[in-house]
Design a protein around this ligand. Structure first.
Ligand SMILES: Cc1ncc(C[n+]2csc(CCOP(=O)(O)OP(=O)(O)O)c2C)c(N)n1
Ligand code: SF4
Length: 275
C-alpha cells in the first residue's frame, strides 16, 4: 500500500462510533474499505457507498463519503441508479448475506448480468445478525441454533460465487475479515475492474455464530491463477469448500452505462413529470 498518499484511511471515517459487537468481522471490513480508498487516493466526494439493512449495512454511517443506508435488499438498484446518473462517481454497494442473497437475491442476479461499473461487497456471516440470529441463505443446512429452525433448515446453501458466475459477473473474489490486508488488495482490484465486481467477504458474527472463530484455521488461498474462462472458473468455484480466498474470475466485458445526453435538471424532470 502507498506510503506517500496524503489522504489517510482515517480521513474516510465519520465521527460516528460503530455499535457492532466486540469482535464482529464488520470492523475489519470497514478498515479495509478505508485503506482501499486511501490507497486509490479517491477524494471523499468521488466515492459513494450504498447499503441495505442489517448490521453490515450500517457501513455508510461510519464513512465520511457519500452514502445511503437504504431499504433491506435494495442496495444494488439504488447503486445502479446512482451510477446511471453519476458515472463519474466510484460507486460501492454493500450489505449482508440476508440482505443481498435473500430479499435482494433478484437484484444480485440482474446486477451481475447488467454489468454496470459497480463494486458489490457482501459481508457474509451466514446468519441474520441484526434480527438476532435466524438462518440466512448461506447458513449450513444443519445449523439448529435458531428457534425458527430448531432442526436446521435442511436446505443446501446458496453458492454466491457460482451464482455470480452463472449470472454474468466479470469479477468474482472472496476475502476474509480476519485477513484485512489481503481483503484490501482484493478491493483495490475490484474497484479498478471495469464492470460489476463481486467481493464476497467472510465476516464472523461473534454473537450468534461464535464457532466462526475457527474460520481462521479453515480459510486457505486460491491455488489457481486468476481465471478468465468461465468454464474453467466454474469447475474451480464448484470444487470450492466456501473457505477459499482470492480472485476466482476476472473477465472484463461490455459495461452497461446509459447515455446521459437526455439527463435534465431536477427542475426539468419535475416539469416533465407534472405535465
Ligand atoms: C423489508 C424488510 N424485511 C425484513 C426486515 C428485517 N431485517 C432487518 S435486518 C435483517 C437481516 C439482516 O441480515 P444480514 O443481511 O445477513 O446482515 P447482518 O445483520 O448479519 O450483517 C432483516 C431480516 C427489514 N428491515 N425490512
Ligand atoms: S450481531 Fe453479529 S453481525 Fe451484528 S454486530 Fe453483533 S457480531 Fe456483528
Amino acid at each position: 500500500m502507498s506510503e506517500t498518499s496524503s489522504i489517510k484511511p482515517k480521513d474516510y471515517k465519520s465521527d460516528i462510533k460503530p455499535i457492532w459487537c466486540p469482535g464482529c468481522g464488520h470492523y475489519a471490513i470497514l478498515s479495509a474499505i478505508t485503506k482501499t480508498l486511501a490507497y486509490l487516493e479517491l477524494k471523499r466526494e468521488e466515492v459513494a457507498l450504498i447499503s441495505g439493512i442489517g448490521c453490515s449495512s450500517r457501513l455508510p454511517a461510519y464513512l465520511d463519503i457519500y452514502g445511503f443506508h437504504g431499504v433491506h435488499g435494495r442496495a444494488l438498484p439504488v447503486a445502479a441508479g446512482l451510477k446511471a446518473a453519476r458515472p463519474d462517481l466510484t460507486v460501492l454497494a454493500a450489505g449482508g448475506d440476508g440482505d443481498g442473497f435473500s430479499i435482494g437475491g433478484n437484484h444480485f442476479l440482474h446486477a451481475c448480468r447488467r454489468n454496470m461499473d459497480l463494486t458489490y461487497i457482501v459481508l457474509d456471516n451466514r446468519v441474520y445478525g441484526m434480527t438476532k440470529g435466524q438462518a440466512s441463505p448461506t447458513t449450513e443446512p444443519e445449523w439448529s441454533h435458531s428457534k425458527l429452525t430448531p432442526h436446521g433448515t435442511g436446505i443446501p446453501r446458496f453458492r454466491p460465487a457460482a451464482i455470480a458466475l452463472a449470472s454474468g459477473a466479470g469479477f468474482i473474489a472472496r476475502g476474509y475479515a480476519g485477513a484485512p490486508a489481503e481483503l484490501s488488495r482484493l478491493l483495490v482490484e475490484a474497484i479498478r475492474f471495469p464492470g460489476f465486481a463481486f467481493v464476497h467477504v467472510l465476516s464472523q458474527c461473534t454473537t450468534f455464530r461464535p464457532e466462526h472463530r475457527a474460520w481462521k484455521t479453515l480459510v486457505h488461498p486460491c491455488e489457481n491463477e486468476v481465471m478468465d474462462d468461465p468454464v474453467e472458473a466454474s469447475h474451480c468455484i464448484h470444487a470450492d469448500d466456501g473457505m477459499t480466498l482470492g480472485i476466482f474470475y476476472r473477465n472484463p466485458h461490455a459495461v452497461w452505462q446509459p447515455a446521459n445526453e437526455e439527463k435534465g435538471s431536477l427542475a426539468q424532470i419535475e416539469r416533465e413529470f407534472f405535465k
